[in-house]
Design a protein. Sequence first.
Length: 332
Amino acid sequence: MSIVYTVSPADPCGHWFAVTLAFDATPGDTVSLPAWLRGSYRIRDFAKHVSDVSFVDAQGAPVPWRRVSKSQLAVEAGGRVQMRCRVYAFDPSVRKAFLGTDRGFFNPSSLCWRVDAQADAPVEMVLEVPTDPRCVDWQVATSLHAVEVDARGFGRYRADDYEDLIDQPVELGVFERVDFAVNGMPHALVLAGHAPVDTARVVHDLTRICEVEHALFDNAVTLDRYLFLTQVTSGGYGGLEHRFSTALVCARDDLPRPGEQGTRDSYRNFLGLCAHEYFHLWNVKRLVPQAFAESDLAAEAYTRDLWHYEGVTSYYDDLTLLRAGLVPAADY
């Protein structure tokens, strides 16, 4: 494999990931980091979190490079080159990256620089085991295809190209995973940081939501995996869609406790969030806006159509709960 990323949770206390990118370079080749990520329509300036950049050759000798812009670098030598950097990760949202002694999370768009001349080439990512003793029980949850991983999920993964890579977030830490099927397709609910939850009820409700949305689109999409990556906090709410997963944040009180009867407004809102992000499987992720499809994420992609990408999706999220039988018509 020509392009290989290595991601290490190097300093959980200091919130630093260590990242290397190995690739075959020709003099003048550039690497770049996105300014925003699909599904979250605002400039995020991921490059501002990057520190200690260097390039070395196969023998470890320094390789000259120059900064083209704050988010694009040029290497001035050829051959096998390794870019090294650290990335500060202290954003607890679903948009960037976070690393602490309790958990880790990242969108590869925050950590992984694109080899611009080889953007369509397949890539691999190696997730290294954290060495901090407080992280010895950590596992990995991601929709990336595993090539060779250990029982906890650390090891080597692959992606079809750079776009495929950055559309598959990674959850690190201690979490509960519940696998279930939707029309025979493998899905999983991943809960990190939660109190006791009636996971059987949540999985039942998610299954109904997914079935209703697949039926709406004539069951035209076949998935070989899908993850609901859920960070459970004292008080949070939000989500970001991806082609084979969604990253979610919710409050602990949003989830039903074992034995709890009835449907609280907060749980209904959580189910609506799940329905919203899952609906993006079609609207945005597979019915792709032209302005976004043509963007390389380096700058703004202007459009007047957000009302459709988010507005139509918001219309269908609660309607899906009604059609799934999870809320009565009067509540809807």
